[in-house]
Write a protein that binds this ligand. Structure first.
Ligand SMILES: Cc1cc2nc3c(=O)[nH]c(=O)nc-3n(C[C@H](O)[C@H](O)[C@H](O)COP(=O)(O)O)c2cc1C
Length: 334
C-alpha cells in the first residue's frame, strides 16, 4: 500500500494515542516493525495561539516534533475550524514553527474520532461526524494550505442510529484525502468490545483511496482477519502496542508466514528499560520517570509480583530506582 507518497511493505501502522505516542514510544514501535507512526492529537488552535503569545516553554509544538527514527510520521490535528487547520498545516510544513530542532512530518492527519466530551462538546473530534460537509471542508482547506499528504481518522458514526462512515469516506475522498483510517466503532461505543468490520469493509469498497482498518487488534491473527474481512489496505494498532511493541513484529512475521518467537521476561525488561531511558533523554529525569511509570506497568503485566513492583515504581524518582524495581521483579520471576 502507498500512504501519501510512502510505500509500505506490510501495512502496519501505530495509532495515535494522547499521552502515549511520543517520540520515544514511536521510535521503539518502528524498531519492532511499525511502518507509520502518528503524534498524539494536537489542537490546531493551540498551535496557532502558542505562536502568537509565546511565553515560557512551548507546550503544543513539541508534540509534533519528529526525528528520522520514528518516520514515516504523521502529525494529527484536531479542531473544527478549517481556517485554523490550514494555518496549523502551513506552519508545520514551513518547519520553523517548532522553535527547536525538528523535522517536517510526512503527512497531516485530521482527528474525526476522539470521543472525549471535552473535545466533542466543542464540535471537535468525533463530533465532526455529525457534519459531513464540514469534514470535507477541513480536508480541502488543509490540502490547499500544504503539499503534505492529508489523511483523516474517523469512527463509523456518532451512534448506531447515525452510521455514516461510507458517506463521510466518500466526501473525504472527494475533498482530496490521501488515505482514511476507520476505527470500527461509533462515538458512543467508546472502546467497548465489538468492532464493526462490516462497516469498515463498506468504506473500503466505496472509496478508491487506501483505507486503514482500526480497532481491537490484539495479536497477529486479529490483524490478519481484519485485513481479510474488510479488504483494508493496512491495519492500525493502538492499545495492543502498550507495553507490547513486539505486536508489530508478530504481525509482520504472520503476514510473511514466518514464526514469531515471543519475548522472554529478560527481553521485556530490557526493552522496558531502554524505553524508559529514551523517555528520560527526551523529557528529563523527573518527567520521564513519571510518564514512564504507566509504560513500565504495561510491560510488567502478567509477571508474578507485578503489583509490588508497581508500588515500588510509584515511589521511584530516578532511572536507577525504576531499574532496581524492575530488576527485582525479574529476579522474583526466575
Ligand atoms: C490512551 C489513548 C489515547 C488515544 N488518543 C488518540 C488520539 O490522540 N487521536 C486519535 O485519533 N485516537 C486516539 N486514540 C484512539 C486510538 O488511536 C484507536 O483508534 C483506538 O484505541 C482503537 O484502536 P485499538 O483497539 O487498536 O486500541 C486513543 C486511544 C487511547 C487508548
Amino acid at each position: 500500500m502507498t500512504v501519501g507518497q510512502i510505500k509500505l511493505t506490510d501495512g502496519i501502522l501505530l495509532g495515535p494515542m494522547a499521552g502515549v505516542t511520543d517520540h520515544a514510544f514511536r521510535q521503539l514501535c518502528v524498531e519492532f516493525g511499525a511502518e507509520y507512526t502518528f503524534s498524539e492529537m494536537i489542537s490546531a488552535k493551540a498551535l496557532y495561539y502558542e505562536q502568537k503569545t509565546r511565553k515560557g516553554p512551548l507546550r503544543t509544538a513539541p508534540l509534533a516534533q519528529t526525528f528520522d527514527s520514528d518516520r514515516p510520521f504523521g502529525v494529527q490535528l484536531f479542531g473544527n475550524d478549517p481556517a485554523f487547520f490550514a494555518e496549523a498545516a502551513r506552519r508545520i510544513e514551513s518547519g520553523d514553527y517548532l522553535g527547536f530542532q525538528g523535522k517536517i512530518p510526512d503527512s497531516l492527519d485530521i482527528n474525526m474520532g476522539c470521543p472525549v466530551a471535552k473535545v466533542t462538546s466543542n464540535g471537535e473530534g468525533s463530533a465532526l461526524l455529525k457534519d459531513p460537509l464540514l469534514c470535507g471542508r477541513i480536508v480541502e482547506s488543509v490540502k490547499k494550505a500544504t503539499r503534505l499528504p492529508v489523511s483523516a481518522k474517523i469512527r463509523i458514526g456518532w451512534d448506531r442510529a447515525h452510521i455514516n462512515a461510507k458517506e463521510i469516506g466518500h466526501i473525504l475522498e472527494q475533498s482530496g484525502a490521501d488515505f482514511i483510517t476507520v476505527h470500527g466503532r461509533t462515538r458512543d461505543e467508546l472502546y467497548r468490545p465489538g468492532v464493526s468490520r462490516d462497516v469498515i469493509g463498506e468504506v473500503c469498497s466505496s472509496v478508491s483511496v487506501p483505507v486503514v482498518a482500526n480497532g481491537d487488534i490484539w495479536n497477529a491473527s486479529d490483524a490478519i482477519s481484519m485485513l481479510r474481512e474488510t479488504g483494508a489496505a493496512a491495519v492500525m494498532i493502538a492499545r495492543g502496542a502498550l507495553g507490547n511493541p513486539w505486536i508489530f513484529r508478530s504481525v509482520k512475521k504472520a503476514l510473511r508466514g514466518e514464526t514469531f518467537v515471543p519475548p522472554s521476561p529478560e527481553e521485556k525488561i530490557s526493552v522496558a528499560l531502554s524505553h524508559l531511558r529514551a523517555l528520560i533523554d527526551l523529557k528529563g529525569e523527573t518527567v520521564g520517570t513519571a510518564e514512564g511509570r504507566k509504560h513500565m506497568a504495561w510491560y510488567t503485566k502478567g509477571f508474578k509480583n507485578s503489583a509490588e513492583c508497581r508500588s515500588r515504581m510509584m515511589q521511584a524518582g530516578t532511572y536507577e530506582e525504576m531499574k532496581d524495581a524492575l530488576e527485582a521483579l525479574l529476579e522474583s520471576n526466575k
